[in-house]
Design a protein around this ligand. Sequence first.
Ligand SMILES: [Fe+2]
Length: 247
Amino acid sequence: MIYITGDCHGDYERFKSDIFFECNEMTKDDYVIICGDFGLWNESKEQDERLDWLESRPYTTLWVDGNHENYDLLNTYKTEMWHGGKVHFIRPSVIHLQRGQIFEIQGKTFFTFGGASSHDISGGILEPHDPDFFEQLEKARRQPRPFRINHVSWWKEELPSEDEMEEGRSNLKKVNHKVDYIVTHCASSSIQAILSFGMYQRDMLTDYLEEIKNMVEYQVWFFGHYHDNKKITNQDILLYEQIIRIL
Ligand SMILES: [Fe+2]
């Protein structure tokens, strides 16, 4: 069995057995995939407990990264190979699927590419090492627009590097640009324009995903980020709290 869902932001309530009762039939060879904003934040006792609880679930949790992950922490985990692609093992059965990879799971192929531009930064990104940081912080708190702090609540790695994008292209070439599923956090430029009625700006990642969309033959593309559950086209599905079975 493979299930898939959208952004969690560290809240795994939806996976409790009385809500996600299907999990009672699952084993560690069954999977639940999270389309980004998994919720890997600062190291803490609470975070460890949340991750241990996920590890105690009867299935294996897989996730691509979103824009709200602590990339400094994520990059301290060792890169390992799993089912044909690069991963970080956060726990033995809580696994981060890296960008530009192709995984073979239960006979199906999955192309994964996490990351997205944060939309909640109109109040700016503060630099904690700036000499007037505390003045800026006070000012930011007084104004109504959301702001973030570099390396505390925002990381530039929310957007991909050239190497990650190139690795994705090269891995897709090896499978003749054909996969069963695509799992991302962000949508491609054209899908984002449809779902937001033109409100969200395109950027280098949505444009890269548009290139992928035009180049790759796929059955279904699942993504999160926009906090809604919606079928955008027959092949492009936006997920939030809903958990759906794909296999
Ligand atoms: Fe989110």
